[in-house]
Ligand binder design. Structure first.
Ligand code: ATP
Length: 424
């Protein structure tokens, strides 16, 4: 069954898996493909061919050898006994030493020691993610499934491996919601009960925020993030993000509307910068909090400065921009209001405005004004005998606005405008 699925993989992927196995044979090591690759292969849902390899033995030495043979690039993380080989075609192979993990106290990072494949699979989050298959010659394509993951795949169940799973690592709560919604699975009653217990002890609030942040971003990057958000709200709530965060029906419909607005943007403006959809959802989740609380939350979770800037800009600029955009405006006025804002914030303005004039102005900005560039530059201003200085920039801006408002078409028309302005 698994071998049939393997044989249906693109030739180069199967060839790569076999090649990795042959390197393991040469080094007298047991090597396995593990985790999501196995799950997706059995589900018949494979479209990401990055490989997760576990070897019994020195994973770093194995990665070094493999990288050399593939002429790839190697990055290793010694502390974790893991390495990544990036092959010539940019496909990624993550390699780890099979390991045992011991959680010395709840929600801490585990103590890691080398182990066998069974130990390595036993430390994983859910049975469906705890399968492997051998890639050495003697066991190629043999499914290794100590925890009945394949049965759970067939029964469409997300099931944790042991009672302390969510106490050891509460980020698994978010992962449970993510895999359940992505695969259209149910979280098993046993697992749901464990999640509720961990949530009632406020375990997610005890994890280091950056780990929660990474899992939250993954949730918001899923194909159907709103379904995931609903499930997270149901099973543990969002107090880990902020104690006053409310995810009610109103919030859910905001998120659903945002999904539509972003789809509209994607369909109509393929050539523009891609919107960070996950950030738009996050901005809506945090929307009701005061700006100072958003800032604190963003800092605590160590979001990047560009992300924080956009979060705060939504709070600071949205209402004011809507008010201005409701009136009859010249194209240059619209440009002045919207150009400093990110697409994420502009789309949220569109979502929040519920007003024809605002919609029309934003549409015009995105379709037309945002694309306009002047043909004259600093050199042309210099040639008019004007000395460089702050007015230089002002003159060019005036030309740009004239182009938007008066429809200057050619470079000659822009130069003529510049000349007239410069004389004054
Ligand atoms: P995706 O398709 O989203 O990449 P994935 O299963 O590959 O799914 P990763 O987050 O890349 O997910 O993790 C790889 C594997 O590592 C998982 O399949 C799982 O076995 C294990 N894993 C990841 N995070 C945890 C965790 N918090 N606790 C236990 N095991 C984990």
């Amino acid at each position: 069954m698994l071998i049939e699925r393997l044989n249906r993989l693109p030739k180069e992927v199967l060839g790569r898996v076999k090649f990795i196995g042959s390197v393991a044979d040469e080094m007298h090591m047991n090597a396995y493909v593990v985790g999501g690759f196995v799950r997706d292969l059995l589900l018949g849902a494979k479209n990401n061919f990055d490989l997760d390899i576990v070897v019994e033995g020195d994973g770093i030495a194995f990665a070094r050898e493999l990288s050399g043979k593939l002429n790839g690039r190697l990055a290793h993380h010694k502390a974790f006994g893991t390495a990544t080989v990036v092959a010539q075609d940019n496909s990624k192979i993550d390699i780890a030493t099979a390991r045992k993990e011991i959680y010395e106290f709840p929600a801490a990072l585990p103590k890691v020691t080398p182990g066998a494949i069974k130990d390595d699979l036993g430390r994983r989050d859910f049975s469906i993610n705890a399968m492997a298959f051998g890639i050495n010659k003697n066991n190629f394509g043999q499914l290794i499934d100590f925890y009945a993951g394949n049965d759970d795949l067939k029964a469409k169940k997300v099931r944790a491996l042991h009672d302390l799973s969510f106490i050891d690592d509460p980020t698994r709560i978010l992962r449970a919601a993510r895999f359940a919604e992505r695969c259209n699975f149910k979280i098993s009653p046993y697992t749901l009960n464990l999640i509720k217990q961990a949530a009632s002890h406020k375990m997610p609030e005890k994890v280091s925020p950056h780990r929660l942040r990474d899992e939250l971003i993954l949730i918001l990057k899923e194909n159907e993030p709103v379904k995931c958000v609903k499930l997270v709200e149901k099973i543990c709530g969002f107090s880990f993000l902020h104690p006053r965060l409310v995810v009610d029906q109103k919030k859910i419909s905001s998120l659903e509307k945002a999904a539509k607005v972003m789809k509209w943007f994607e369909d109509n403006f393929r050539h523009k910068r891609k919107v960070d959809k996950w950030l738009v959802y996050l901005m809506l989740l945090l929307e009701d909090l005061p700006a100072a609380e958003i800032r604190k939350t963003a800092d605590r979770f160590a979001f990047r400065s560009g992300e924080i800037k956009r979060m705060l800009s939504f709070k600071a600029d949205c209402k004011r921009a809507i008010l201005k955009l409701k009136s009859e405006l010249k194209p240059s006025d619209i440009h002045c209001i919207l150009d400093p804002l990110s697409y994420e914030v502009i789309l949220l303005i569109l979502l929040r405005a519920n007003n024809r004039s605002v919609e029309k102005n934003i549409n015009n900005f995105l379709h037309h004004y945002n694309e306009v560039r002047i043909l004259v530059g600093g050199e042309d201003v210099k040639k008019l005998g004007i000395k460089p200085g702050p007015h230089f920039k002002k003159l060019l801006k005036q030309t740009f606005h004239a182009k938007l408002d008066k429809g200057l078409k050619t470079k000659e028309e822009e130069l003529e405008f510049l000349r007239r302005k410069a004389k004054r």
